[in-house]
Design a protein around this ligand. Structure first.
Ligand code: A2P
Length: 349
């Protein structure tokens, strides 16, 4: 699985063409891992962008991209898994997905995808039946790999107890503010790869306008600033030396240094890159959402440098907080009549 991916879940729907153009831009920039889901309504434009990229020669073939899609809660019923994947493939205009995930350890009555869902529509999750149907999708060659999303160790235990194929991936909320230490240790032991969504703290799904805990983290900001300073000091030495024997060449070098220094501070060590780099160094694949070409470019630019031990230590001490919850899938009104919410919304630090 590629180490970095582009996400297409957005808090508000955008026109089809907007997603298609953003995905094409991402492919052009070098992204080879595209994340979609039945829930996002972006399978169509993702598929079109890939087909277009092949036509334009940006990709030699569809095989060059890794495409993930997800089974929505309303189809988490054994008999609906395969038809749901077939529908996904139809929208993607593809013969297979590289990875098919159970989107949530939450099951809702069959029906159209709605958000928020009615609390009364939550029904018990048949982990065994659904996972075995996922395995069938894999056997049929329609999903090269199968996995889960938003599963805690307790949900994984239930799948593992019936699985003949271990989930390849668990895609979860993960970033320096919610590091998922327990889950990562469990997944490492079981050979399940972890992928991170909300690597930059997410998109304010609940509309509360609350500050983004990752992009506004003081610790990450300090690390980013310190890195800027390190670069600045390096240039400082160079500038001092050139200043001493000021000549036309020296002055030109000085101007060059100042511009490069400015660009380094401005572009290189932004907080989001500290977060993405940290996730990458943990061996976790990240999936970041942005349809902005400049940001897509910045986000993929996290290679060729490393965090220091001190940076890692500081990040390990950031107070932990989870933002994404299963209850947010449901309307605040109504009652859960046949499921226990505490079975769905488990918090494991
Ligand atoms: P936008 O979509 O306006 O580019 P996450 O992937 O953690 O859910 O975070 C996605 C959020 O982070 C989006 O709101 C996105 O904004 C923003 N974002 C993505 N890349 C960057 C970046 N390079 N710099 C700042 N914000 C970014």
């Amino acid at each position: 699985m590629p180490a970095v991916g582009m996400g297409t879940a957005l808090p508000i729907p955008v026109p089809h063409e907007v997603t298609k153009d953003a995905v094409l831009a991402a492919i052009e920039l070098g992204f080879r891992h595209l994340d979609t889901a039945a829930m996002y309504g972006t399978e169509g434009p993702v598929g079109e962008a890939v087909a277009d990229a092949v036509r334009r020669g940006l990709l030699r073939s569809r095989e060059e991209v890794f495409v993930t899609s997800k089974l929505w809660c309303t189809t988490c019923h054994p008999e609906l898994v395969l038809p749901s994947l077939r529908e996904t493939l139809l929208k993607l205009q593809m013969e297979y997905v590289d990875l098919y995930l159970i989107h949530w350890p939450v099951c809702m009555k069959p029906g159209p995808i709605t958000w928020p869902a009615k609390r009364e529509d939550a029904v018990p999750f048949d982990f065994e039946g659904v996972w075995l149907a996922m395995e069938e999708c894999h056997r049929l060659g329609l999903a090269k790999a199968i996995g889960v999303s938003n599963f805690t160790t307790r949900h994984l235990e239930r799948v593992m107890s019936v699985a003949t194929i271990t989930p390849a991936v668990n895609q979860v909320e993960l970033n320096p503010v919610w590091q998922q230490r327990t889950l990562r240790a469990y997944c490492a032991e079981k050979g399940i790869h972890v992928a991170a969504y909300s690597p930059l703290g997410g998109q304010n799904w609940n509309g509360s306008g609350e500050a983004n805990a990752v992009l506004e983290s003081e610790v990450l900001s300090e690390i980013a600033q310190a890195r800027g300073k390190t670069v600045a000091q390096g240039y400082g030495i160079f500038i001092e030396n050139d200043w001493a024997n000021a000549s036309l060449l020296g002055n030109l070098a000085l101007v060059f240094c100042c511009i490069t220094l400015f660009l380094h501070i401005l572009l290189l060590f932004k907080m989001h890159q500290i977060s993405l780099r940290w996730i990458h160094e943990q061996g976790v694949t990240w999936i970041v959402k942005s349809y902005n070409k400049g940001r897509l470019k910045q986000n993929i630019d996290i290679f060729g440098w490393e965090l220091t031990e001190e940076d890692r230590l500081k990040i390990s001490q950031i107070p932990q907080r989870k933002f994404v919850t299963a209850i947010a899938l449901f309307s605040p009104e109504g009652e859960f009549t046949s499921v226990d919410l505490s079975e769905m919304d488990i918090v494991e630090e």
